[in-house]
Structures are given as C-alpha cells and as structure tokens.
Design a protein around this ligand. Structure first.
Ligand code: NIG
Ligand code: FE
Length: 391
C-alpha cells in the first residue's frame, strides 16, 4: 500500500474548525498523509507519521487549500457568443434570449465535438484549482438533445444536472405549457438515467414559479434532487420554490427580498452566488452581506457558460467576491470549497479531513489571501485529485 506524505506546508486550509476554532480550520507548519487517494492523517509536521511513506511531497512553506468545488456550470455546448458580449459591453442588456443561438449550434454538433469542448473546459477548470465540477444540460431542449448532453456530461463528472427547463424553445413559443409537459414527461424519462440533479431557470423570459414547482416536483418524483436558477434577472418566486422543495441550493439570487432571506435563513438550502455572471452581464452584484448577517450558508461558483459567464476560473470568482461583494478572504475560500460541496450535498470533497478525497491545490504563495490580493495572476502551482497530481 503506497503512502504519500505532503509536508512542510506553511499554511493549510482544512475547513475543519476543530483545528483552530474558525471555519477554515487553519494549521501552520502542517502535513497530511494520503492513502488510496484519501486523507488518512492530518496535523502538525512535527508529529507526522513517517513509517512506510513511499513518496514525500515538500510544499516548501507554501499554502495548501482544498480543491475548489464548482457547483454551477454549463459546459456542454457548441459555438460562442463573443459578438453578443461585445454588444453588451456597448450597452445592450443581457436577456435569456441569447440562449437560443447556443441551442441551435448545440443541436447541430455531434457528441464527439461536445465532449471535446467540455473536456477543454474541465481541463481549464482543473488548471485553476477546481477538482469537482457540476455540469448542466439545457442547450438541447429536445428529448434527444437533452439526453445526449447529459450522456456527454457524465463522461466529465458525476455531478450532472438536467436543465431541460432552461428556456422555452422557439418551437413551443406559443404553447409553453406543452413544453413544460414535455420536460416533465418524456424528456425527464430520457434524462433521468444520466442525471443526479434537476434544475429550472425560474426568471424573466424563462419559467414562472408555478412551472418551476411542477418541473422540480416531477424530477423529484423520479429520484432527481432539486436545485434552481432563481432571481438572476429580476425579483421573483425562485427562492420561495427552492426552499419549499428543499433544494440543495438556490443559485444566482442577484435580487433578494427580505422574505427570501428569512426563508433561506430558516432552511438548509444554500445560496450560490455567481459574481462572474454579474461581472460579464454588467449587472448589480448579489447582496452577500445580508445573507451572511442572516446566517445563510453561501457557495461561490463559476456559472461557466457561453452567454453570461464564460470563465472556469474560481480564483477570479474569489477576487470578485472579495472586491465587489465584500466577502472576507476567509468567507470566499470557504464558499468556493466547503460551500460548493454542501451545495452538491457532498461530504467527501471541499475539505481536507480524515477520509476526505485528497483533492487540493498547492499555491505559489504563503497564504490563500493572495488569491484575491493578486487578481489575475496564476497562483495555483500544483493540483491533486484523489491523491494524483493533475497539474
Ligand atoms: O446561469 N441563467 C440562465 N442560464 C445561464 C446563462 C445561459 C446563457 O446565457 O447561455 C446562467 O447565467
Ligand atoms: Fe447557470
């Protein structure tokens, strides 16, 4: 049995508060042991077990953090929307209408092409420290195209999400309720074997609260777990529906009423903030401080997609969260690791504790603060997943 000791870690983020009484569970001059891809010991370097260690990784005093858990991404699509972005930066508003152009190109693309472009995005994400990533369908919007998007997504990650209710496709513009029936019936049946989650875009130009409730309930009845795109473009019922159905997370929440915050604070549902979407659509940012004050647990994710947020880079998201949403660096790191894991209901990732997956990044810096303090600079030296180096 091969044991790898990672030692001489200047600062280790474990997300286990028993180490220092704070959510990040910091250990200085730390070490941990990896056996069969998981953490089997963690603590101070001086007391590290040395017997039968086959490999020793010297962190040379650098900071190690858990791998990022990106709980919200749309990675299976063809083409890009750079012209739409250009127009937006010159004053056009973002709307759900742009999704249709990606749908048209995605329907025409074969599975090999979709897989190759999805793999490229996952490789980008890995290189910037992400070791778990969620992936939604939602650019097929036919029974066959949604199912094949999920078949491709499953080759990239186990965290796959059926988002047939992304928008109402053109063919159903005059009969949106027929599209909702299609999503709840044959499309759900075709998607279900390849998905863990079901999601709905509940917003202006997409689906109403009642439609979202119906679709999520249909998915839950077939064993999928609910999550929801809520209140990105305007205030609405998304948070209410998400909390009512016990969604793991309500995502975006750019617009939040006091009632939404009350509902979230009394629930187990996380709020997942996606500041890169707000950045790229020149939107206002979510009011994270109100969420923190109310004790709501908050995750940070990329929302990588070709329309509203074409980035896989979580360090960029962290820098935005700190600069624009007033997260502390500690809150931002926690939200991008443990928060993401909670938003995916995963206990084995997003922290470095006994029997967690050995998923971590070695930064080039002595502290995690540098991820916000040195924006845009590639500070992720090494990335490890399941005890294997992937960068
Ligand atoms: O999460 N809000 C809905 N869906 C995506 C955007 C999709 C697109 O514009 O292609 C989002 O931002
Ligand atoms: Fe999204």
């Amino acid at each position: 049995m091969s044991r790898t000791l990672v030692g001489n870690i200047g600062l280790l983020v474990t997300n286990d508060s028993s180490f220092d009484g704070t959510p990040l569970g910091l250990v200085t001059n730390a070490a941990f042991l990896i056996e069969r891809g998981t953490i089997s010991w963690i603590g101070e370097m001086d007391s590290a077990p040395r017997a039968e260690v086959a490999n020793y990784i010297d962190a040379h005093g650098r900071c190690i953090i858990p791998g990022f858990v990106d709980s919200h991404a749309h990675l299976i699509f063809a083409g890009d929307r750079s012209e739409e972005f250009r127009a937006r930066m010159q004053g056009e508003r973002y709307s759900s209408g742009g999704i249709d152009s990606t749908v048209q190109l995605t329907r025409q693309a074969d599975n090999g092409h979709l897989l190759q472009s999805g793999r490229r995005l996952v490789a980008e994400a890995n290189a910037s420290g992400t070791t778990t990533i969620e992936c939604k369908s939602g650019y097929g919007l036919t029974v066959e195209d949604e199912a094949r998007q999920l078949v491709v997504a499953r080759q990239l990650t186990e965290e796959t999400t059926f988002l047939g209710a992304h928008v109402v496709p053109k063919e159903y513009a005059d009969s949106p309720d027929d599209y909702v029936d299609l999503v709840c019936g044959p499309m759900l049946d075709a998607a279900k074997p390849h998905a863990k989650w079901i999601d709905v875009f509940c917003d202006k130009g997409a689906f109403t609260g009642d439609q979202a409730r119906k679709i999520l309930k249909a998915g839950m009845a077939k064993g999928l777990l609910p999550r929801i795109h809520a209140n990105q473009l305007e205030p609405g019922e998304g948070v209410q529906v998400g909390v009512e159905l016990g969604a793991a997370s309500v995502d975006h929440v750019t617009y939040l009423s006091d009632a939404d915050i009350d509902l979230l604070s009394g629930s187990k549902t996380l709020a997942t903030l996606l500041p890169a979407a707000e950045f790229s659509t020149r939107s206002v940012y979510s009011d994270a401080r109100r969420l923190f004050e109310a004790g709501v647990k908050v995750a940070l994710a990329s929302d990588c997609n070709p329309g509203s947020s074409y980035t896989t880079n979580i360090p960029f998201v962290i820098a935005l969260a700190v600069r624009e949403l007033h997260f502390s660096p500690e809150q931002a790191i926690w939200s991008a690791t443990k928060g993401g894991a909670m938003a995916l209901r995963r206990k084995d990732v997003g922290h470095l504790g006994l029997s967690a997956q050995a998923n971590f990044s070695i930064l080039s810096t002595p502290s995690y603060i540098h991820l916000a303090y040195r924006p845009g600079v590639p500070l992720i030296d090494e990335v490890w997943r399941n005890g294997t180096r992937i960068k």
